[in-house]
Design a binder for this molecule. Structure first.
Ligand code: FES
Ligand code: FE2
Length: 395
């Protein structure tokens, strides 16, 4: 049973702080932030703040904490440095974590500099994204990601570019924010304007390991619309792509055929469904990749307390013209978020108000919302095991 307390209680939040975030691989950011020697990225999740640095082409990760007295080593979220210098007393560290200089070193006991080497945190790049794990015993990133790399394979995300990155503070638990992107059941209610172009009733959900995927057919109207003939909005959309919608037995098939006919080389590894449809890949516990053939959005939901989270949106494209923009904090109605996601974020906050009201004890979930239940079983695998490896949820 998925209780509302999972979204509201301080005890649940504490369990996550103790047993989830310190033991799971989590998304730190996009590789574009760390392409050059000396690039730094500070990423936070739960209690942890992790500093990742490009040391001669090798990514290294450390807690962003000075071993002297605990001041954050890097104040900025992103930057480029030659060395790491703590601003409080200017202890100086090489990019590989060795402490190189301590002002007035003789006033410390001997060996202080050697003992101050920064401890390494596990870091890996997959699908153009940088992942970290604070636990040395956790499975490898590839074991953890399991089916995800196959699901992402055809897109070639390693070579995609980060086009923009924004953070929206939300008055919602991170799981409420995650849930609204883990089901297509709400499309007809929250995004009715999409129904002529998107067949939510044909959406397919796959659960595998900790993770999941939703494939939503595009180029075909929602089965909820009914009616004869091709919807005028779909017809106009397809004709703009050179598809004669009225002649088609199946508009999605005709759209796919047209895309294959004029295919770009970059699409050669995409499956038919990846080429034409919208794939939403859920990476446990708090990331989704919302994928289209030439652009993608990465959603990340970071806990800021039982009732608050940070929603991050990373917009990816195949090629970026111009420099990489700095990350910025904004509001849910910023046009860069897009109207569909704006509605989703408002819904996450509305859900949280419902959960806080005391009027509901547990959620009622359909098969279309199976990922929500799957996420909670995955969380249980972490909560129920304090020291052994977390169990994967059963399908
Ligand atoms: S706390 Fe970093 S140098 Fe003192
Ligand atoms: Fe939505």
């Amino acid at each position: 049973m998925t209780t509302v307390a999972r979204y509201t209680s301080a005890a649940q939040h504490a369990l996550e702080q103790d047993r989830l975030w310190p033991r799971v691989w989590w998304l730190a950011g996009h590789h574009d932030r760390l392409r050059e020697e000396g690039d730094t990225l500070v990423a936070s999740m739960g209690r942890a703040a992790i500093l990742i640095v490009n040391d001669g082409g090798t990514l290294r990760a450390f807690h962003n904490v000075c071993p002297h007295r605990g001041h954050p080593l890097c104040a900025a979220d992103t930057g480029r440095v030659k060395q790491l210098i703590c601003p409080y007393h200017r202890w100086r560290f090489a990019l590989d974590g060795r402490c190189e200089a301590i002002p007035d070193e003789a006033s410390f006991s001997s060996g202080a500099r050697e003992r101050a080497t920064l401890g390494a945190v596990r870091v890996a790049v997959r699908a153009g994204l940088v992942w970290v794990c604070l636990n040395q015993q956790a499975p490898s990133i590839d074991t953890f990601l399991g089916p995800v790399l196959d699901w992402l394979g055809g897109y070639g995300l390693d070579d995609w570019a980060l086009d923009s990155e924004v953070t929206v503070p939300l008055a919602a638990n991170w799981k409420a924010s995650t849930d609204v992107h883990n089901e297509a059941y709400h499309l007809h209610a929250l995004h009715p304007e999409a129904m002529p172009l998107v067949d939510d009733t044909g959406a397919e959900v796959d659960l595998d390991g900790w993770h999941a995927r939703i494939r939503v057919p595009m180029g075909r109207s929602s089965g909820r619309l009914g009616g004869d003939g091709v919807h005028p909005r779909l017809k106009a959309f397809l004709e703009a792509q050179g598809v004669r919608a009225d002649d088609a037995d199946d508009t999605r098939d005709a759209y796919l055929e047209a895309l294959r006919r004029d295919a770009k080389p970059a699409w050669s590894k995409l499956s038919d469904s990846q080429l034409v449809d919208n794939h939403m890949v859920y990476v446990f516990p708090n990331v989704q990749l919302n994928l289209h053939r030439d652009h993608a959005m990465v959603f990340r939901h970071r806990p800021e307390g039982p009732r608050r989270c940070s929603f991050d949106q990373l917009n990816l494209i195949r090629d970026r013209k111009g420099p990489l923009p700095a990350p910025r904090t904004t509001t849910a109605d910023d046009p860069i978020i897009g109207p569909v996601t704006t509605a989703d974020l408002r819904t996450a906050e509305a859900l949280q108000r419902g959960y806080e009201s005391g009027g509901l004890a547990s959620l009622t979930l359909s098969r279309q919302e199976a990922i929500i239940e799957h996420m909670h079983r995955g969380l249980d695998g972490f909560f129920d095991t304090a020291t052994t490896g977390p169990a994967q949820p059963q399908k």
